[in-house]
Ligand binder design. Structure first.
Ligand SMILES: Nc1ncnc2c1ncn2[C@@H]1O[C@H](COP(=O)(O)OP(=O)(O)O)[C@@H](O)[C@H]1O
Ligand SMILES: [Mg+2]
Length: 331
């Protein structure tokens, strides 16, 4: 095994074990307490229990390692109990902050397969510079409501354990509520179904054996690059209209399936208004996306494109916001 892989593996083991240590109380055969208030009435809940959908009966096809299994039961148990999913089939990808699993849908979903994005317990540790994204952004709780509680906000600033939990939750909620807003707007994003304390459930792109690749993994056919790029610009335009800048946009966060695309991975979205770095972040998004499409044969001017999209929405573009505008004659 290569040393790099070895260290990644060790780190993962450590993560899961640390997580297991935290969650020993919620082991599989003890009663499961979802971290999210149930939406079903008492009667409905009794019905669900008698149907045998308690998490104690949740046995999935995916052969998870022992520590991963505990983590999945805790993260996805709520979806199982509420019949959003009936099985976990396999891991689609272990990303840097989260792993995505292919699940068989439960009765609540009218598509056969769904994707569950489960956040890693330690994902915040990888996000030391998250203040750049958090600036001007409200803190959201797990029901999508803004957190006003002064003690909670203080806990975040002073980085107590509890504060870190609230921050972690806010990150996930921003991803889910952004998916909801953009999906309602008709943007090309996976359909959002439900959120739990550590995971979001959304539409899956791909089929049972093959998940949709991300753009960086494929070369487009001749003639395909231009309409796809226009489609992406349309989506970016919709996002700006809803006051959202992706913040981590690149060919790595666009899925491609059968000529269709879907933008994914929104936890770091920033507001074009409240964040001093918003334009720089936006321009970086456009530049990274253009890099891929230039590689696919298009001739593009990312900085000009970014500035035009930005100002078309009435957002300010001044040398104070973006000093490098003064230095360039690219426009
Ligand atoms: N809805 C989905 N359908 C199919 N695959 C998905 C879906 N969402 C994510 N993936 C896969 O999981 C990977 C990680 O998801 P992503 O949201 O980008 O998280 P990360 O922050 O780990 O990059 C993606 O690169 C993609 O391969
Ligand atoms: Mg990603």
């Amino acid at each position: 095994m290569k040393p790099d892989n070895y260290h990644t593996l060790l780190e993962r083991l450590e993560e899961f074990e640390e997580y297991e240590g935290h969650s020993r109380k919620s082991k599989r055969h003890q009663s499961f307490r979802p971290h999210k208030p149930k939406r079903l009435s008492d009667n409905d809940q009794k019905f669900v229990r008698t149907q045998g959908d308690s998490v104690g009966n949740f046995h999935f096809t995916y052969q998870a390692a022992r520590f991963e299994e505990g983590w999945l039961l805790d993260s996805l148990g709520y979806f199982y109990e509420q019949r959003w999913i009936s099985d976990v089939l396999r891991k689609v990808k272990g990303g840097k902050e989260a792993s995505v699993y292919l699940c068989r849908s439960g009765e609540q979903v009218d598509a056969p397969l769904v994707a569950a994005k489960v956040y890693r317990p330690r994902m915040l540790r990888n996000l030391r510079d998250d203040h750049i994204y958090r600036e001007g952004r409200i803190v959201l709780d797990e029901d999508g409501h803004e957190v006003h509680d002064v003690q909670m906000l203080h806990a975040i600033i002073t980085r107590t354990n509890f504060g870190e939990q609230v921050r972690h939750q806010s990150w996930i909620t921003h991803e889910f509520t952004t998916l909801q807003t953009l999906y309602e707007e008709g943007a090309d994003v996976p359909r959002p179904y439900e959120m739990a304390h550590n995971a979001i459930l959304m539409g899956y792109l791909g089929d049972e054996t093959l998940a949709a690749p991300t753009l960086n993994e494929i070369d487009l056919d001749a003639g395909e690059a231009e309409p796809l790029f226009d489609r992406l610009l349309h989506n970016i335009d919709l996002m700006l209209g809803k006051e959202r800048v992706h913040g981590d946009l690149s060919a790595y966060n666009v899925l491609y399936w059968d000529g269709d695309i879907a933008l994914i991975d929104f936890p770091q979205v920033v507001s074009p208004h409240g964040n001093r770095n918003a334009y720089a972040i936006f321009e970086r998004d456009i530049t990274r996306l253009c890099e891929y499409f230039i590689g696919q044969g298009l001739s593009l001017h990312p900085r000009r494109l970014a500035a035009d999209l930005w100002t078309a929405h009435g957002y300010r573009l001044t040398p104070e916001i973006h000093p490098s505008l003064l230095e360039t004659d690219e426009r």
